[in-house]
Design a protein around this ligand. Sequence first.
Ligand SMILES: NC(=O)c1ccc[n+]([C@@H]2O[C@H](COP(=O)([O-])OP(=O)(O)OC[C@H]3O[C@@H](n4cnc5c(N)ncnc54)[C@H](O)[C@@H]3O)[C@@H](O)[C@H]2O)c1
Length: 321
Amino acid sequence: MRHHLLAGGGGFVGSHLADRFVAAGDRVTVVDNFSTGRRSNLAGLAGHAAVRVIEHDITTPLPAQVLDEHYDTVLDFASPASPDDFKRIPLEILAVGSTGTRNLLDLAHRQGARFMLASTSEVYGDPLVHPQPEDYWGNVSSIGPRSCYDEAKRFSEALTMAYHRTLGVDVRIARIFNTYGERMAPRDGRVVNTFVVQALRGEPLTLHGDGEQTRSFCHVADEVVGLAAVLDGPDFLGPVNVGNPGEFTVRELAETVLELTGAPGPIVTIPLPGEREGDPARRCPDISLARTRLGWEPVIPLREGLARMIAWFRDHEDVTR
Ligand SMILES: NC(=O)c1ccc[n+]([C@@H]2O[C@H](COP(=O)([O-])OP(=O)(O)OC[C@H]3O[C@@H](n4cnc5c(N)ncnc54)[C@H](O)[C@@H]3O)[C@@H](O)[C@H]2O)c1
């Protein structure tokens, strides 16, 4: 039985990972300040003997309650990750990607634990290479509205590599591409949940710009299998893309959501808001590394993943609020 320290385990992706660890018979200590996550995401694990939940901001020194235990792995999934957050709390995002990641790396170093960073496709910025392989260095603005997140994650990756190279910390870096599914916060400005909530409310679906920008969408159930493969891979491969290479325009996504919900729409286009400046035109992972070295690839088609998410939102979220 392993013990995982899962920072950000109260969030969308982190809570699904916590479920997976517990199902495998492991122990999990979740550390989360619930700034963007929700305690309800962990409702299924409430009272479970293998789970501890500690409310704490990882940009401040880790409390004795955390330090007193031994961990086999330390996972850094604590970061606000939505465009609304980039506008609302940029300083918190920069702090969690620097001091927060460092606090977790120090813990992993002291304990000889494996460290895993949840990085992002945003490190590629508005990419000039398609699809994006891990050795592409990106096209990123250091001063644009998304820079607080993009540069924080790039710094987190640099910190992780420095602890690996100079202190010998055993590390893993996953670059997560757009992930969607059950437990996404209903209103945080990300595209899939925005469309699902608009459709379930019977509102028009709003496309930014012409809707021809493309994204790849990975269902969270596929994503966590890929993340576990990166964590448990025998060798450090450098950063590994974990996402779904199926590429769809945002307009196609909106049309599919309307079809699956039976909502009337319509789909309307609105000018790209100022804070969306720098939104990449295309984003699609090259997952050759994960396929060949980890034997992982996503298996859930977009329509099936969306149907699962819509059913969950119907059951769990009061979208009329
Ligand atoms: N979901 C995606 O499509 C996606 C894509 C790329 C990268 N990621 C990365 O995956 C991780 C999880 O993302 P998510 O989509 O689940 O977002 P989320 O907002 O649902 O989860 C992030 C969690 O971190 C917690 N947190 C934030 N700041 C913290 C702090 N200072 N101290 C302690 N906890 C803190 C939040 O409360 C939340 O529970 C993030 O690191 C994110 O950058 C996600």
